[in-house]
Write a protein that binds this ligand. Sequence first.
Ligand SMILES: [Zn+2]
Length: 206
Amino acid sequence: MKVQCLQVGAIETNCYLLCDEAAGVCAVIDPGDEAGRIAAAVRKSGCAPSAVLLTHGHYDHTGGVAELRGMWPEIPVYLNREDTPAMGAPEMLFPAVPGTTHYAEGDTVNVGGLAVKVLHTPGHSRGSVSLLCDTVLFSGDTLFAGDCGRTDLWGGDMEQMLRSLGRLGLLDGDFTVCPGHMETSSLELERRRNPWLRQGMRMLRP
Ligand SMILES: [Zn+2]
């Protein structure tokens, strides 16, 4: 298993390639922009794309999807239903993503031999999910290094954010945290220093 990060677009969204090198298969997480550069990185990885996984529906995480689907029409694009215009999410912020498959809490997506587990972690948006694969946590705009995502946009909710962060903090063991923006971290470091994560953990386990 190998994880590669590309920062894409004007607000530097972290797009990740999650590769099962043994199987020669990869998933693309949050292709927010610069589809051509992402496709080149996939080609260079030697892995065939099998899925696009979206942590939430904001345009800066989904902007490259349509172009990638043009190149790879057969691969599924996963998004939580709550972050779609069909559920009332405003198109300005949550543009419709063509051909999505909906995933939700408890689902598992297989990428070659890797199992990616879906945790529904609302707060930044109603449909925000975090993705767990082996020892890596893709936390979208829920958990950042030393911080958390904003909760003042449509569907955001600070109480839900704290509960979602608390749930991540209470996961068993340590994980590499790969967030939707800025640098990577570790869950253990966040448990020590991240005031929002700590507050959320206290809410769930006083
Ligand atoms: Zn966002």
